[in-house]
Write a protein of this length. Structure first.
Length: 95
């Protein structure tokens, strides 16, 4: 995913989610396509939202968040600075 700062929201966190960051998937460990957004919800929690997402079906695919502007290869990621968000709920569509 290539994160890009979201445009500042004119509304404070209210009834609708506010986009904190968004980006697109691209091939690093394997093919993946679609977009992803980090949403700040009205209750103060956060959600990771995938749209038009697709990746080949494999067992044990986890979503990993990294603090990097762009990741093109495994060496671009500090393994001590990742957040494992858990397994995918599916290999395509909105999640």
């Amino acid at each position: 995913m290539s994160p890009s700062p979201a445009a500042p929201s004119s509304a404070s966190v209210g009834a609708t989610p506010a986009t904190v960051a968004k980006g697109m998937f691209h091939k690093v460990d394997g093919p993946a396509s679609g977009s992803v957004a980090l949403e700040h919800l009205a209750d103060g929690s956060f959600a990771v939202v995938f749209e038009d997402f697709s990746t080949p079906s494999k067992a044990h695919i986890n979503v990993i968040a990294v603090a990097a502007k762009d990741v093109l290869r495994d060496q671009d990621v500090d393994p001590k600075a990742i957040v494992d968000l858990g397994p995918l709920t599916g290999t395509s569509g909105m999640q």
